[in-house]
Design a protein around this ligand. Structure first.
Ligand SMILES: [Zn+2]
Length: 282
């Protein structure tokens, strides 16, 4: 194997609905992958709803397993998916109470980051489906609250949102500024090729590692992260890119001359270390 590092900035592992941490990490490693940044899955995919702490502790456990039993370096990201709020509201719980539950969960996430169990708070943000304006306002308040927690913990947030373009990037950048969180600490998960500063307003785009997105992005710049959003859910094959995509795409881009090995190192190591404040050891 060559020594080109590659980091998947948003990949899930799920031993209940999918193959689980070790199988996914081994597949990733066989295709040349070196680091996985793994957000916890929503509570309804792992146990009964609303046990937010349990969902977060599970991903930390999976990350430990990967670090102990494979050659992949894994890092946990913990948070509450915005869809959790919608699900709480479906149970006729008041918005005030639901918001409090979400806040408590975000605080738990911050505690785990402060205890060095996780490297970021995520995925958090807004639903990708339409909701009432009342609910949307609650999501925005929670997002702002989470950005404040991230500032205190000096860590990034990973955003899950409706499909975002320049206008949303600008909105999130302004929110971050108000919360005192550096814009670059706001990672937009599942991002299109918004690589120019005037497109992403200083946020860190985590690009879907498809050929089209990468080619368009590389015409504009090289400052971004790469991800698959792999779900590790056997019932939803092909819903997103597979776990081998980031290392394979990176090699293809190098072989076709679209990026150099040094640029790949920047994307997969230096940029990741800088944004998360971690040491990858490559
Ligand atoms: Zn995700």
């Amino acid at each position: 194997m060559d020594n080109i590092p590659s980091t998947d900035n948003h990949i899930h592992v799920d031993p209940i609905n999918g193959e689980g941490p070790l199988e996914v990490a081994k597949k990733f490693h066989r295709s040349g992958g070196t680091a996985m940044i793994i957000p916890n899955k929503p509570t309804w995919t792992v146990s009964h709803e609303c046990d937010f702490k349990e969902a977060m502790e599970l991903v930390i456990k999976y990350v430990d397993e990967i670090n102990q039993k494979t050659e992949v370096k894994a890092f946990a990201v913990v948070g509450v998916h915005p869809a959790e709020l919608s699900r709480i509201l479906e149970r006729n719980i008041t918005i005030l109470k639901a918001e409090k539950m979400m806040q408590n969960a975000l605080k738990t996430a911050q505690d785990l980051v402060l205890g060095d169990k996780a490297v970021a708070i995520g995925e958090i943000g807004r639903p990708h489906y339409p909701v009432s304006s009342e609910e949307l306002e609650a999501h925005n308040r929670l997002l702002f609250y989470a950005m404040g927690l991230a500032r205190e913990a000096d860590c990034p947030v990973q955003l899950h949102t409706e499909s975002a373009s320049e206008r949303q990037f600008q909105e999130f950048a302004e929110m971050a500024k108000k919360a005192g969180l550096k814009e670059e600490k706001v990672i937009k998960h599942f991002s299109g090729p918004f690589v120019l500063p005037e497109e992403n307003h200083g946020l860190t785009p985590s690009l879907i590692a498809s050929g089209d997105v990468m080619r368009e992005a590389l015409r504009k710049g090289k400052s971004f992260l790469m991800e698959t959003d792999y779900l590790d859910d056997l019932k939803r094959p092909g819903a997103v890119l597979g776990p081998k995509t980031v290392p394979r795409r990176t090699r293809k881009l190098i072989n076709s001359g679209l990026i150099t090995e040094e640029e790949a190192y920047f994307i997969h190591v230096e940029k990741v270390e800088h944004i998360y404040g971690i040491e990858m050891g490559f």
